[in-house]
Design a protein around this ligand. Sequence first.
Ligand code: G3P
Ligand code: MG
Length: 236
Amino acid sequence: MLIIAHRGASGYAPENTIAAFELAINQNADGMELDVHLTKDGEVVICHDDDVKRTTNSQGLIKDMTLEELRRLDAGSWYGESFRGITIPTLQEFMALAADTHMLINLEIKNLPYYHKGIEQKLIRSVHEHDMLDRVVISSFDHYALAETARLEPAMKLGVLFSTRVIDPWDYVRKLPFAAYSLHPHYSFVDVEYIRQCHAHGYKVYPYTVNEAEWAGPLAQAGLDGVITNYPDRFR
Ligand code: G3P
Ligand code: MG
C-alpha cells in the first residue's frame, strides 16, 4: 500500500509548500499529492484554495494575481513562526525536487469554480520535461479536465476524484471518454467491496484524506493500493 503525502506532509508543515514536500520525502512517503492552479500570467503554482487568504498573509484569487505578486506572499507564518517567509511554490520548483526521487506524484488540477484554461498542456509539458510520465498521476474533481488531459497525452495516468457517494462509481468511470488509472474517493466511501469492484474493473484505489492507520489496516489486507494522508509517518 502506497503512502501518499497529502499536500506534502501537511500534518507537520504548511500544506503545499516545499517544506511540506521535503518532509514527506524525509518521512519516506511513497508519493506526494499537490494542488495546482494557473496564475493571471499563466504560471502553474501550488496551492489548495482559489484564494490565498487561508494559507498566506494576504488575500485575493490566484487567477487574478501574477506569479510575481504571489511570490511576495508569506505562505508559512499562518502555520507557524518557524515557517515564516516561505513562498507559494511553482510547479517547476516542485518537479525539480520530485525528479530527484522515485516517488509517485499526484498532480490535482483545481478547476472549480474557476476553469484554468490550458493548465492540462502545461502539466503535460512539465511531466515530459522531467521524464516522469511513468510515475505521475493527474487527478481532478473536474472530469472534463481529465478528458482534456487524455486528449493531449493519451499515455498520462488519470485519477478520477469523487467527493460525493456515486452509485457504482466504477461503472461511471468505465463510461468516461478516457481510460482512467485510478479512483480517488473520499475515504468514507471505501470498503472491501469498493476495492474489489475497482480492481475487477482494472482501477487502483487511492482514498483521501486518510489520517488513521487503524482505518487503513484491514483495507490494506484487502488490497487497498494507497492512502493519501497528511501524516505519512503514521503508516510506516
Ligand atoms: O487529491 C485528494 C484530495 O486532495 C482531494 O481533496 O480538497 O484535499 O484537494 P482536496
Ligand atoms: Mg488535493
